[in-house]
Design a binder for this molecule. Structure first.
Ligand SMILES: [Zn+2]
Ligand SMILES: [Zn+2]
Length: 320
């Protein structure tokens, strides 16, 4: 059945240009993350406005836009507080409603951000995960010259590295595998460390020149990664968690109290899309070196297979 979406009031029909495939899509694809079918997957995308529902005023047909693929109810107490990322009635495009692995996608007008002119689709492809780390780094309150560590060398880690560098931090990247360390150095990492070997505490002390790093941004979402973060941080330091650890995670809270560590959760984004696009347009963050694979929409199965390959960072799907 071919379903041609029509924009309803307040909605925009987007002609999808380029979409990114991420771990969430892959978890849905494999069945690990349950969703209700039929569903068009995909939530990271750039495209053109093709048609407008009634009452749309912020965008026009033909505008190139980046889509923020989460929208909140707008009326609950959390939304009224400004915490729309925490809304319990939040809708995720490509998870709760049809997404962007298609020729066209239907989204509310308020999800559409004008793409900065002169910046290619491929450079804007990672605006969504970049907005996640822009928020995380802001919540860390990093100071220029401060030492920071990133746990996880995937898309979020390599983006967080660049945002932290942009904020003036010195950055250590930790990953299970040294596979991406050359790229991490190219993107501004001062040091890298494979977590399998050696004492992380010693690594953090050597890198920071003091009792540990001031800030840790955790991007892996695993219990081990949280343990690593607690080992790396200095007394009085901050840990920002961006990964969602689905498993129960044992935490030695003795150290949290004794070392007065601040642990902060950071959930997607509130108003970070413009800043994410600004960082890309200004060249502070380079996303293109992270695009390792490109497939047409007709090769979506191959795109998902490529995501599972060890050499893959970001797989792009070209819809038109
Ligand atoms: Zn994603
Ligand atoms: Zn709400």
């Amino acid at each position: 059945m071919i379903r041609r979406p029509e924009p309803e009031a307040g909605e925009v029909l987007v002609r999808v240009g380029m979409a990114g495939l991420c771990g969430t899509d892959f978890a849905i694809w494999t069945g690990e993350r349950p969703v209700t079918y039929p569903l068009v997957l995909g939530h990271e995308f750039v495209g053109y406005v093709e048609a407008l529902g009634s009452g749309v005023t912020r965008v026009n047909v033909g505008d190139r836009i980046v889509v923020e693929p989460n929208y909140s109810c707008g009326t609950c107490a959390l939304c009224r507080d400004g915490n729309r990322n925490l809304c319990l009635a939040r809708t995720a495009v490509g998870i709760d409603v049809d997404g962007c692995f298609a020729e066209v996608a239907r989204v509310p007008e308020r999800c559409c951000w004008p793409a900065p002119s002169g910046v290619d689709d491929e450079d804007l492809l990672m605006t969504e995960p970049l907005a996640v780390v822009v928020r995380a780094v802001a919540r860390a309150g990093v100071q220029p010259g401060e030492s920071a560590a990133i746990v996880g060398g995937g898309t979020l880690g390599l983006l967080a590295l660049q945002v932290l560098r942009g904020a003036g931090a010195r950055v250590l990247v930790l990953s299970r595998s040294p596979r991406r360390f050359a790229l991490a150095h190219e993107l501004g990492a001062e040091a890298t460390h494979a977590v399998s070997g050696g004492s992380l505490e010693a690594v953090a002390r050597t890198f920071s020149g003091r009792e540990g790093v001031g800030v840790v941004v955790e991007t892996a979402g695993t219990p081990e990664a949280i343990t690593h973060a607690l080992t790396l941080v200095r007394p009085g330091g901050r840990i920002v968690l961006t990964g969602l650890p689905h498993e129960p995670t044992p935490v030695a809270f003795f150290g949290v109290v004794r070392r007065e560590v601040t642990i902060v959760g950071s959930m997607i984004y509130q108003d970070e899309f413009p800043e994410a696009m600004r960082l890309v347009a200004a060249g502070v963050v380079r996303t293109r070196p992270l695009v390792t694979h490109r497939f047409g929409l007709d090769a979506l199965g191959a795109a998902f297979a490529a995501h599972a390959q060890p050499d893959s960072i970001k797989v792009a799907v070209l819809s038109s």
